[in-house]
Ligand binder design. Structure first.
Ligand code: NDP
Ligand code: MG
Ligand code: MG
Length: 341
């Protein structure tokens, strides 16, 4: 069992003489900045001039500066702009203001692992990565709880990088829930694999194929939506509570028997070979390069893929059905603008 760190293992006072710049005020940025502030840490938020987030952060009582000014003012700099923009923001506005003894923090190892950001050797580089969306990180902190987090140290010239990372994790509530130590390589590769093979890519494709199979066989799209998408959450909740065993205990014997005999037919051993190929592309940097090349080319492939997937019939069926569910809070404005967690 990996070592776990809790509140008693982290000392917030290592941040007491320091200024922490949180660069970006999106999903993670707002949660980190507000919770650090509420934990008594001296925080400044760094944003682009004219940023939509600027007035929001000020209304919430935070000091906001340009990224360059915030980086200049800070000893500890947490980079929380989207991964594909971090390298440009870093080289233009952060790197020129780094000095020996500064600490550079990340919540995902992408840019360090794949070499898009190469910090100078006299700067500490560490990670504090909450294992949940930013809005949940903030909500849990306010409720007196926390979301579990990972910490990692990539460069440690000061010898204090881990203490700083643990203190930061405490400041956002992470050590209330438990913090596990990892490496930039392990976090980056497992995070990308999990979201591509299982959580996002795998689950979305499974749902789409299930919907297509039922509707092509003549069943009503509304019924298909319920069976393959809506009920997924109920099943996943049981898995999170008690693993696959609790899920199988709760479903009927008919469903459980079907799980055993048909699961391996649908997700055949060949799927595992495909997963290994996906992992190999992550490890080699081929996925990262495809993503970054496309981003630097105006994100054309990304836009096409998004459009194609948004027009899948399960989406229009779901939109109509969810209007009838008063118990689902579907604020489309929250996500139809584009990026999400
Ligand atoms: P968001 O997309 O929510 O970040 C948006 C913020 O970044 C906004 O404040 C935006 O400003 C600002 N921003 C965007 N581009 C620039 C730029 N060029 N210069 C300055 N500011 C910019 O990011 P996330 O919070 O999703 O992700 C941040 C990091 O956290 C990533 O490394 C991600 O992998 C990691 N992470 C995210 C999780 C999540 O829950 N989302 C979970 C765990 C880790 P504006 O208002 O002007 O658009
Ligand atoms: Mg991820
Ligand atoms: Mg059923």
């Amino acid at each position: 069992m990996a070592d776990l760190y809790y509140d008693d293992d982290a000392d917030l006072s290592v941040l007491s003489e320091k200024t922490v710049a949180v660069i970006g005020y999106g999903s993670q940025g707002h949660a980190h900045a507000l919770s650090l502030r509420d934990s008594g840490v001296n925080v400044v938020v760094g944003l682009k001039e004219g940023s939509k987030s600027w007035p929001k952060a000020e209304e919430q009582g935070l000091t906001v500066k340009t990224v360059a000014e915030a980086a200049q003012a800070a000893d500890v700099i947490m980079i929380l702009v989207p991964d594909q923009h971090q390298a440009d923001v870093y080289s233009a506005e952060i790197a020129p203001h780094l000095s020996a003894g500064n600490v550079l923090l990340f919540s995902h190892g992408f840019n360090i692992r794949f070499g898009y950001i190469q910090p100078p050797a006299d700067v500490d580089v560490a990670m504090v990565a909450p294992k949940g969306p930013g809005h949940v990180v903030r909500r849990e902190y306010e409720a007196g709880r926390g979301v579990p987090a990972l910490v990692a140290v990539e460069q440690n010239p000061s010898g204090k990088a881990k203490d700083i990372a643990l203190a930061y994790a405490k400041g956002i509530g992470g050590t209330r829930a438990g913090v596990i130590e990892t490496t930039f390589t392990e976090e980056t590769e497992t995070d990308l694999f999990g979201e591509q093979a299982v959580l996002c890519g795998g689950a979305s494709q499974l749902v789409q194929y299930g919907f297509e199979t039922l509707t092509e066989a003549g069943y009503k799209p509304e019924i298909a939506y319920f069976e393959v998408l809506h009920e997924l959450k109920l099943i996943v909740d049981l898995m999170v509570e008690g693993g696959l065993t609790k899920q199988r205990w709760s479903i009927s014997d008919t469903a459980e028997f079907g799980d055993y005999v048909s699961g391996p037919r649908v997700i055949s051993p060949e799927v595992k070979e495909n997963m290994k190929a996906v992992l190999a592309d992550i490890q080699s940097g081929a996925f990262a390069q495809r993503f970054m090349d496309d981003q630097r080319n105006g994100a054309k492939e990304f836009a096409e893929l998004r459009k194609k997937n948004e027009s899948h019939p399960i989406e229009s069926t779901g939109r109509e059905l969810r209007k009838l569910f008063s118990w689902i809070n579907d604020q489309e404005d929250d996500y139809t603008e584009g990026t999400a967690a």
